[in-house]
Structure formats: C-alpha cells, structure tokens
Design a protein around this ligand. Sequence first.
Ligand code: PEP
Ligand code: MG
Length: 325
Amino acid sequence: ARRKLSSIKKANAVTLDGAPIELVANIELPQDVEDVKAAGAVGIGLFRSEFLFLGRDTLPSEDEQFEAYRQVVADMKGFPVTIRTMDLGADKNPKWSVHGVSDNPALGLCGIRLCLAEPQLFRSQLRALLRASTHGKLRVLFPMINGLTDLKQALAQLDLARHELRSENIPFDEKLEVGAMIEIPSAALVINSLVKHVNFFSVGTNDLIQYTLAIDRNDDAVSSLYDPTHPAVLYLIQHTIKAANKAGLPVSVCGEMAGDARLTRLLLGMGLRKFSMHPANMLSVKQVVLNTHLDRLHTLTGRILRADDPDKIHDLLQQLNALDC
Ligand code: PEP
Ligand code: MG
C-alpha cells in the first residue's frame, strides 16, 4: 500500500520486515541544515567542508572554521554529523591555492593529497573539527584515500592536532570517530588493510564510478557511459560492504547512487543500511524503503551481482524494482 508523501516524511525509515535504515543528508554549507531538518534526516552523512574554502580570496581561519562546524553539530542537536575534510584540487579549485592546475587534476594533487602537502592548512581544519567535537556528535571523514599509506599519514596529522590541543588545554571529544571514503578503486580492493585504522567507511560512488570506468564525471561527451550498475562498480561496492560488515564497521554510501530511488533496493539487497543523499531525494528513497521486504531481495540481487552482461543487469534491476514487496 502506498502512503501519502506527508506521512512518509514523518515515518521512520523501516523496511516491511522491520529493519531500520539510516537516511542521512549531504550538505555543502551550514545554512543547508534547514533543508536537512525539513527532510526528516537523522543526521548528516557528508558535510562537504571544502565549500567553506571556495569562492573567496583568503583562507578561513581556524576560528572561522570552528564556528561553522560548531554551528552545524549544535543545530543537529545530537544527531551525528560527518564532516569530510576539505576535498579540493580535482573539480574544485580555490583562488588562494599556490598549486597550479595539473593536466589531469582528478589524478593530481587533490583531496587528502593536497591536505598532506599543506600540513599547516590541514591541521587548522583538524584542530577546528576537534574543538567543535565537544558541541555535538561530530565524526571526521577523509576523502580520496587510496590505501593504507595516505590513511596513516592523515591519521598522524589528526594525532598531531590532538596533541597540540592537549598541550593547550583545549577540550575535544576523545572518542571522536574517524572514517575513510572509499572512492578510489584501490581503496576498495585493499579495504581489509584499512579496517583496523578507522571507525567507519563511506562509499563515494561519484568518484568510484569515475575512477573505475575511466569516465570523467563532469564530461558531457562521455556521460552516457557513466554507469553506476557496471558489474565492476557493483563488485567494488559489494566488496566494500562485505568487508565493513565482517569487520563490524558501519558503512554508508554518500555518492549520488544513495539518492537514486531506482538503486535503493539493489543497495539494500547488497547489505547497505545507511544512505547519505541530497535532502531533496530523501522522500523518494524512503518511500522505497517503506515498501520493501529485505527478505525478498536476495534472489534477484544475487543474480544481478553474478551477471556479467550489463544489459542483463539492467533487465534484472527492472525486475527487482517491479517486485511487489
Ligand atoms: C563521491 O565522490 O561520491 C562523493 C560523495 O564526493 P564528491 O561528490 O564530493 O566528490
Ligand atoms: Mg568524491
């Protein structure tokens, strides 16, 4: 039975067989929190903090950053807020950057690499995040991790920031949770080496698809080839979810796939229980959750994951979405 949209908005996201599904939101700036609340999200799964660093001539100070993070976690009143450290350099280039734009920016000094190349700047953000962590439930997420080496270096910077704050008697949440984005195929493939070092994972499918299929996510000339259900992409997502579940670590998807209601059942069938999306997509995704028995997804999901012909996958996906369950 289909419910009215207004009643869906207030409903908890629970499947027909009673499994709670966490639907959280992606934001770019502190003022987006209003939309998050209006959409009924139970947290923020991705705060793209780099937007605080864009469209301006100078860098935001540590205090200015602190105030932005504090405001968001306080506004969310105890709901978890996952703040991604600045993810610049690929498709987002700040005016103040001293690094030139490379021929292949998406393969260049971007994401965590740029942060590790600018440790002072990175630590100003990490200090601001740690300071804000006493004002609500804040979690830190590192973007563009490609394996254990860059993850360890990022964690070492976080440890340095903790050490600095301790020596200045500035409080922070000692239990702060730290996660890695899985959005580079190598990170998905070596995920078992990362599980001991983080508290959670978030799958960035926008970049994962780009890097797996070698399709520029912003190039219209190849946009028709950008296929979230390509068997290689599904393999990497499935591998990530399984490894996280096995290690007992929470995993979410925060790329556009999480907000695409046509893919909700497939992701549920693959074992995903947390989806982070633009607030505008929350109702349609929740509607699918409310109309789905997890139990009844197994057969078709299994066939999709075993299929090697993309046409067959598309056909099976339609069947999955047409299931009356
Ligand atoms: C992603 O890559 O899927 C993601 C969520 O991050 P962004 O879109 O900001 O690169
Ligand atoms: Mg990304």
